[in-house]
Design a protein around this ligand. Structure first.
Ligand code: ZN
Length: 134
């Protein structure tokens, strides 16, 4: 029998997830609806709507922070309710570069990231509130 390595959530350590929902002028109302519905359905942290490029994101988006244990409910819901919007889902490991590239998962069409500006570690405010120090 082949030996299998049991996948774990902690190899490498993962502190939670971000979903980034991208929108344009025409799709902003859909993004606003989606943010509102996410807030109604889940205990997640939804950030501001960026009007322009922020961090590695080349176009407007809003960010949602969620916990490891929410993945199995949040992600399937997003698959079915994203109203055609493109969504990046990435883990929060020790490498934000890897998280936004080889560790990333997309719903819809991938948006090219500006990876060169990423620093390896996340600022505390980008982690789930339960993972921040005080
Ligand atoms: Zn992110």
């Amino acid at each position: 029998m082949p030996t299998t390595v049991k996948p774990t959530m902690t190899n490498p350590a993962n502190y939670g997830y971000h979903a980034h929902v991208y929108f344009g002028e025409d799709t902003r109302p859909a993004a606003e609806r989606l943010a509102k519905r996410l807030n109604e359905h889940f205990d997640v942290e939804i950030g501001q709507f960026s009007g322009d490029r922020v961090g590695p994101h080349p176009i407007p988006q809003f960010q949602m922070i969620f916990k490891n244990e929410q993945f199995a409910t949040v992600v399937p819901w997003l698959m079915l309710n994203r109203e055609g919007l493109d969504v990046l889902i990435h883990p929060l490991t020790e490498s934000s570069y890897d998280d936004h590239s080889k560790n990333a998962m997309w719903l819809g069409t991938p948006v090219p990231m500006k990876l060169d500006i990423l620093r390896p570690k996340y600022s505390e405010h980008l982690l789930p509130s339960s993972q921040r120090s005080a």
